[in-house]
Design a protein around this ligand. Structure first.
Ligand SMILES: [Zn+2]
Length: 79
């Protein structure tokens, strides 16, 4: 606290410890380095993190949607 950093949750887990929490500067510069808040592994730059936040939830939602559609078309719906 007071060190001008904040924590965020990433859609991807840290390759080293599996944590989704990352620590980054409050300045939010695109080239700010983002570190795992649990083991301090470098996770990438803030611009990369933003890209992940934009892309990952969407692709996951689409995948889930596809699964639901496939299930519905497979099973005969009697209701
Ligand atoms: Zn980690």
């Amino acid at each position: 606290m007071g060190d001008l950093s904040e924590e965020m949750r990433m859609p991807t887990a840290c390759p080293e410890c599996g944590s989704h929490s990352v620590r980054l500067s409050e300045a939010h510069n695109p080239d700010d380095k983002v570190f795992c808040s649990s083991c301090n592994t470098l996770r990438g730059q803030y611009a990369d993190l933003q890209k992940e936040l934009e892309n990952k939830p969407k692709s996951e939602a689409e995948r889930l949607l596809e699964e639901v559609v496939n299930k519905k078309s497979d099973a005969p719906d009697q209701s």
